[in-house]
Ligand binder design. Structure first.
Ligand code: KG4
Ligand code: ZN
Length: 341
């Protein structure tokens, strides 16, 4: 059995072919970074237009690379939400067309849950319960998985996503887009203790995140200290900011771990490529004796292999019920996160 998965929720046009044993036969990702770079962030209208231009050849390329003909695809899967509505609709309409023409079932997949599934794709034996942090340019959320495919939302950002905060500070300093990787590189040589960043505190017992306060504090430090792109203090400033973002993410995550007693912890999403976050996450998990997992960098940022992987898991686990109601050509795109999976 082969599945063709399509992902167009933000600014990557992606298609992947997976076999039923979850082997990735192809995983093609076309990034639109260059198109959005002049604006310092994703421009939704440009993103959907670019998906329209690219989707056909990216899907073809994924089939060629996998050595599988379209006629031999048994299932189609596509990201249904959350994401940019115009971008989602391009992938969804394209997938519907393929499924309709080839008379094969189509499964709508949640993008955030797919990011989490990326970790299971590479580690079949992750022990439950699992506490998962998904951290990207569009999302910063904590999920508790009592068992496979059960996604309980524990907390989410009340304002900016962590990646969005990194992207915005990079934009303000004219460092380039996406900001996360640029900041990581420049911060490598910096001293994170030179500039002080206070972390926001939730006044309730909520496990929600907030990054707008940290972003405002960073902007104030930039202005007060007249830090600019060519300043010799830039690496110190960026190292301080990056480590404050990492601390804000992990403090919340490990507070949740204390309350819920998971056996395994995982982080995923584009920001999980960050070296400081990866190292600090693994160090803290180890000190508590918990298993820790992070997908390899290519499976952290948006891709369609994670979409195909979640589709396969759902087909395996919900086979009979899916046959009745799961596969549909009436799927609608949804822009926002859905609380229960
Ligand atoms: O998962 P993703 O590709 O798209 C969304 O679903 O948002 O994540 C993109 C985000 C961007 O904000 C980018 O700056 C961030 O991931 N990112 C990083 C790194 N690589 C990508 N942030 C920090 N360090 C990195 N190495
Ligand atoms: Zn994503």
């Amino acid at each position: 059995m082969h599945i063709l998965a399509i992902e167009t929720s933000c600014d990557e046009t992606a298609a992947a072919v997976l076999r039923d044993d979850a082997a990735i036969l192809s995983n093609i990702v076309l990034s639109q970074d260059e198109i959005h770079a002049p604006y310092g962030g994703v421009v939704p209208e440009l993103a959907s237009r670019q998906h329209l231009k690219s989707i056909d050849h990216i899907v073809r390329e994924s089939l060629t690379a996998a050595g599988v003909a379209l006629e031999n695809i048994d299932h189609f899967a596509v990201t249904q939400g959350p994401g940019l509505i115009g971008s989602l609709l391009v992938g969804l309409s394209f997938a519907k067309g393929l499924a309709y023409y080839h008379r094969k079932p189509l499964l709508g997949i949640d993008h955030v849950q797919a990011h989490i599934e990326a970790a299971f794709l590479e580690n079949k034996g992750i022990a439950f319960p699992v506490l998962a942090l998904i951290v990207s340019g569009g999302h910063t959320s904590l999920y508790f998985l009592k068992e496979k495919l059960s996604f309980e939302l524990l907390g989410r950002t009340r304002d900016d996503a962590a990646g969005e905060a990194l992207d915005k500070i990079a934009k303000f300093l004219d460092l380039g887009y996406p900001g996360g990787p640029v900041i990581q590189k420049l911060a490598e040589a910096g001293d994170p203790r030179r500039f002080e960043f206070a972390l926001p505190r939730m006044t309730d017992r909520s496990l929600d995140f907030s990054f707008s306060g940290l972003k405002t504090a960073a902007l104030r430090l930039i202005r007060d200290n007249r830090i600019s792109k060519d300043d010799s203090r830039l690496p110190d400033f960026l190292a301080g900011f990056e480590s404050a973002v990492v601390r804000a993410l992990l403090e919340n995550m490990f507070q949740a771990a204390e309350r819920l007693n998971p056996t395994s912890l995982l982080i995923c999403g584009g920001v999980a490529r960050n070296k400081r976050l990866r190292a600090e996450f693994e160090r803290q998990a180890r000190s508590l004796g918990l298993n820790s997992y992070i997908p390899s960098p290519k499976l952290c940022t948006d891709n369609a292999a994670m979409v195909g992987a979640l589709a396969l898991s759902r087909i395996e686990n919900e086979g009979k019920t899916l046959k009745k109601k799961g596969f549909s050509l009436d799927l609608d795109a949804y822009p926002r996160i859905i609380a229960e999976g």
